[in-house]
Ligand binder design. Sequence first.
Ligand SMILES: Nc1nc2c(c(=O)[nH]1)N[C@H]1C(S)=C(S)[C@@H](COP(=O)(O)OP(=O)(O)OC[C@H]3O[C@@H](n4cnc5c(=O)[nH]c(N)nc54)[C@H](O)[C@@H]3O)O[C@H]1N2
Ligand SMILES: Nc1nc2c(c(=O)[nH]1)N[C@H]1C(S)=C(S)[C@@H](COP(=O)(O)OP(=O)(O)OC[C@H]3O[C@@H](n4cnc5c(=O)[nH]c(N)nc54)[C@H](O)[C@@H]3O)O[C@H]1N2
Ligand SMILES: [Mo]
Length: 795
Amino acid sequence: MHQPIDRDGRDGDYDEADLEIRPPADHAVGPTAVAVAMKRSLEHMGIVRTAETLREVNQVDGFDCMSCAWPDPDPGHRHPAEFCENGAKAVAEEATRMRATPEFFARHSIAELDTHSEYWLGQQGRITHPMIKRPGGSHYEPLGWDEAYALIASHLTRLDNPDEAIFYTSGRASNEAAFAYQLFVRAFGTNNLPDCSNMCHESTSVALQESIGIGKASVTLDDVYNAQLIILQGQNPGTNHPRMLTALEKAKRNGAKILSINPLREAGLIRFKNPQAARGVIGHGTELSDLHLQISANGDLALLQAIGSLLVEWDALDHDFIDRYTVGFDEWQRHVRDVDWDVVATSTGLSRDEITEAARMLRDSDATVFCWAMGLTQHRNAVATIKEVTNLAFAQGNIGKPGAGLLPVRGHSNVQGDRTMGIWERPPQHFLDAIEREFGFDPPREHGLDTVDSIRAMRDGKAHFFLGLGGNFVQAAPDTEVTAAALRKTRMTVHISTKLNRSHLVCGDTALILPTKGRSEQDIQAGGPQFVSVEDSTCAVHASRGPLKPASDQLESEVGIVCHIAEATLGDRYGLDWTGMREDYTNIRTHISKVVAGCEGYEVNVRRPGGFILPHPPRDSRTFETSSGRGEFAVSPIELLAVPPGHLILQTLRSHDQFNTTVYGLSDRYRGVEGGRRVVFLHHDDIAALGFDDGDLVDLITTWDGDDRTRCATAFRIVEYDIPRGSAAAYYPETNPLVPLDSTARKSNCPTSKSVVISLERSGTPREECRVEGTQSALGADWSHKSEPEPHYLS
Ligand SMILES: Nc1nc2c(c(=O)[nH]1)N[C@H]1C(S)=C(S)[C@@H](COP(=O)(O)OP(=O)(O)OC[C@H]3O[C@@H](n4cnc5c(=O)[nH]c(N)nc54)[C@H](O)[C@@H]3O)O[C@H]1N2
Ligand SMILES: Nc1nc2c(c(=O)[nH]1)N[C@H]1C(S)=C(S)[C@@H](COP(=O)(O)OP(=O)(O)OC[C@H]3O[C@@H](n4cnc5c(=O)[nH]c(N)nc54)[C@H](O)[C@@H]3O)O[C@H]1N2
Ligand SMILES: [Mo]
């Protein structure tokens, strides 16, 4: 067994043959997490930068960690090290000393770059100069900023219609950048503002908007600390929100119980060893889940209805809340009373006893917090499932009281803020009215394209221009092959990015990379040093100031780039003062305070230590701005996913060593996978029933009756795992070629990344479909080659 050759941080191609499988961990964090955090930090940043950056993460005068949207404790209650292992990795990736310079791009053609793994691409470091691939060109070459802005403007103004342009956002953009961006896009004349949320918590936004009148969490961090019961459903906090474990530990020490619902026994659901407490370093740590329900994929709607039926049967209901604040209870009660326990058993794979035990936990709690993430949102019936979570909260009056509420745990660190600032293809009319009042122009009123519809528009030749404010569209989006072909058809692709990724290699005729400052970096404009603001999962908005010198003196801030593009494209249309906005972000915040509901006094409020909390009517006053003016119970039929014999439901999930499409390393420590990523987790009996052995190499084939295409991803190693029968799991983004573009959640159009029906074939089986054409890489092919490490430090 030889080590993957990336360990010096300079390379990232690897050999899947080096994969090693160990037993999964029985706890999360502990001293290993600290050791890994320090090792990665030192590799990328060296000692001085490590010290300079990590002490500023999530501090009142520091910068907001870019790893997730988990809230910070109140000022005065923060730890000097207010970050987690994966936060440290995120910071190290951005603050790395590695550089992808114009010389680097001159040495590697785009075609050659495309033969490398996503991991290798990310390890090449920060992009230092604006780069262009001209029509017919084979390489990226440097160009000046002014030329870049002029080119973008000339492409945009030549379109027949503003709706032929797509303006994507990844959830890392600051509130200031997001506000300026949506203003530009609407002044340009379209609502085509797809974002990563369309693939993430969109099902939550839709469900909560309809049920409670606002698509956001109804809790504060204090509510988590004071809950009597916390339900963790479809979420892996040990990896994706590790600082949440500290909050869960605190809640447990206050007497809370935890119910976790997940096909996998994720380490972070079992036990937490807090490295900042003696019990976590030398002791046993804190047991987290009191009950774990190992549910079958997509069984949640049935489970929640079964729990609902028991609460009704036991009259464990808050009738006062139901009568005063909700509508639709009687219909819901009738519906869940009739729940078919055989269907529940088939759908959930759980026994009636297990479900009864879970229901008792709800019955015995006067304050329940319901948490969820991608395990609920990325299914065909996701909106119905999240409404069912809300039904249970209504039934027991768990909204708008201390220690209780709904907590969709957001992903990207400012994905929620971006929505608040108007990054939304379906903006509410009152927001557009406020834009009109403030800026004196009538923004487009018809809905724009979301992520899936944007891909369709590019595929069908209806959109010719793609701009990404952050993100890695081709790898994050479903149906990689279709998405790659769609992007390639465009006349221009523009990426505002910190680091190289696959989307830069899947080019329109002309392709631009505009390198930007990250959140860890100082931002000095003509008006002096700037800060930005962000919003976390609990509606808390606060300032963020980067401490580091930018990675290159050529970098522009996201706000700067957006305002320059706007200026070049729109000139002085509508008298919008782009220069004023980019020179002093206070000018943007002044607009925000007048346009965005709840942001009055924004400048003063975000500058307060710890910032401020946005209003949330259900949380604050049990007021529901729904069509009925009350919380709305929903009745949803249970539909069983059609899984033909010999097939499995695949969920595509994150390893412990990645941030979405950015691969930090090859160690999914908690699940015991080291040195590789092409694995598929299966139940022992399914492996045998399908005629395979643990360790066999298989191709994953999608079976979907929505179209006649066969989709496959090749060469995955079978790993026997503690997972329910009929369910399978493998990492994203390697499995994205398997997610059909048209397979989306009802109402939210979120790709069904957690329920892809697949079959397995032995690798090497000759197959007419799924020939690997063009971009090997974009198709998620395996990386069997290695290349020589190539040092390119700047300093
Ligand atoms: N370090 C790190 N942090 C991150 C990210 C990252 O990639 N790396 N990504 C960020 C982003 S954008 C997001 S959205 C979040 C994602 O955070 P998570 O939602 O925790 O991420 P996933 O890895 O998609 O994990 C989904 C979990 O749901 C479970 N699950 C899958 N299907 C089902 C189901 O049908 N029912 C139930 N009950 N459970 C199911 C899986 O077993 C898994 O534990 O994390 C954010 N934070
Ligand atoms: N199969 C499958 N697909 C999924 C998911 C899944 O669970 N399964 N999850 C979905 C989810 S929840 C999400 S949120 C999306 C994520 O989709 P995206 O947000 O599009 O993807 P990321 O991987 O987060 O984007 C990483 C890139 O952002 C750029 N970047 C990093 N920091 C900055 C910055 O500060 N500024 C700028 N401008 N750029 C920066 C870097 O170039 C980096 O390569 O993927 C979705 N896709
Ligand atoms: Mo996400």
